[in-house]
Design a binder for this molecule. Structure first.
Ligand SMILES: CC(C)(COP(=O)(O)OP(=O)(O)OC[C@H]1O[C@@H](n2cnc3c(N)ncnc32)[C@H](O)[C@@H]1OP(=O)(O)O)[C@@H](O)C(=O)NCCC(=O)NCCS
Length: 202
């Protein structure tokens, strides 16, 4: 037997409205508690970061000078284009991405295939004036998305022990620590991280 549709009259809408008001009243203390413990400046700062959406593009070889310039603003010692070209030699699926804000390049990431099914993040850098605005995160997430779409099953990276900000970001993105090795060139320990790119490998 077909049931008659129930017409929701003013009483129903009134009750729904009251339920929403009660729910908001319930939530209000936790919002206020958060605001008063963290303070308005912190809250606004977080909001500002949330609103900073960078323009992320895949870079062609002709734009290598832009990457090199950014690299030299972030890393020491300075390097030239040959340093990059040498590293790319014999590499499959070299991927360079640029993050821009209002057409100004502010960050970059570079990666390539380490071996079949594993994509390696070689470099990630964000200009000092634009850090903690989620640009590094957007770059790394875009690279991971690209790798996943190109059928890689794992993402790997190695971080010098001194690069703490990168370590924080990697842990935030749920990479696992899979090893360490001594880097004689930088005289520092490298921490090796890996992340499965397909859910069924997690
Ligand atoms: C590592 C680096 C790329 C991060 O870029 P970024 O745009 O500042 O990072 P994000 O704003 O995307 O950070 C995302 C999250 O990572 C964590 N994080 C990033 N930097 C952090 C720091 N200095 N301290 C603690 N946590 C940090 C935070 O959880 C942050 O979220 P939050 O700001 O909401 O708290 C940037 O610091 C950098 O270029 N460093 C120098 C180069 C370098 O060390 N590269 C790595 C080796 S290849």
């Amino acid at each position: 037997m077909l049931r008659q549709p129930v017409k929701k009259g003013p009483a129903f809408h009134g009750a729904l409205q009251s339920a929403i008001i009660i729910l908001l009243e319930e939530m209000r203390p936790s919002i206020w508690a958060r605001l008063s413990s963290e303070g308005w400046p912190e809250f606004l700062e977080q909001w500002k970061r949330y609103m900073t959406q960078a323009d992320i593009t895949v870079v062609t070889e002709s734009q290598l000078p832009v990457i090199v310039e950014l690299y030299n603003q972030v890393f020491r010692p300075p390097e030239n284009e040959n340093y990059f070209r040498r590293r790319f030699q014999g590499r499959y699926n070299v991927l360079a991405m640029l993050a821009s804000l209002d057409n100004r390049p502010v960050g970059f990431c570079v990666g390539f295939e380490l071996k079949p099914l594993v994509f390696y993040t070689w470099l990630l850098g964000v200009h000092g004036d634009f850090r903690r605005k989620s640009i590094g995160r957007q770059l790394l997430e875009s690279q991971l998305e690209w790798a996943k779409n190109h059928n890689y099953e794992f993402a790997r990276l190695e971080i010098l022990n001194r690069h703490r900000a990168m370590m924080h970001l990697t842990v935030l993105l749920e990479y696992d620590v899979v090893g360490t090795r001594w880097d004689s060139m930088h005289t520092d320990l490298l921490i090796q991280f890996e992340k499965p790119l397909t859910n069924d490998l997690r």
